[in-house]
Design a protein around this ligand. Structure first.
Ligand SMILES: [Zn+2]
Length: 112
């Protein structure tokens, strides 16, 4: 499994009710989203902060080298990026300019 941290790109992505794809408990997504993916990078779904903490603490107990972010890294990211990247959905880049689009969404990634 891979765990990604990514900034909210616009306000519509913040304060959204989600169901954790790992524990099944509902939580409210903040300015930084946590996503679980398979090792082949297929989307598993959103992950809550509690599951992130659990997996990041347990990752050193296996022989497999994981690179899961710590809860501290998540908390630091929330403090570092208190707002979405743009103020409204209208400000999002469209894919008519692939370089700008890739740069914008690449900048959203905190941990991959
Ligand atoms: Zn969970």
């Amino acid at each position: 499994m891979k765990i990604w941290l990514q900034r909210a790109t616009h306000p519509g992505e913040v304060d959204v009710e989600e169901t954790c794809s790992i524990c099944g408990i509902e939580f409210e997504r903040g300015v930084v989203r946590i996503d679980a993916l398979t090792d082949e990078r297929y989307e598993i779904g959103p992950m809550c902060e509690v599951c992130l903490d659990y997996f990041s603490r347990r990752q050193h107990e296996t022989a497999v080298a994981h690179d899961w972010p710590s809860r501290e890294k998540y908390v630091d990211a929330v403090l570092l990026y208190p707002t979405p990247m743009v103020g409204s959905r209208d400000e999002l880049p469209d894919d008519t300019n692939p370089a700008e689009y890739d740069e914008f969404y690449g900048a959203a990634v905190i941990h991959r």
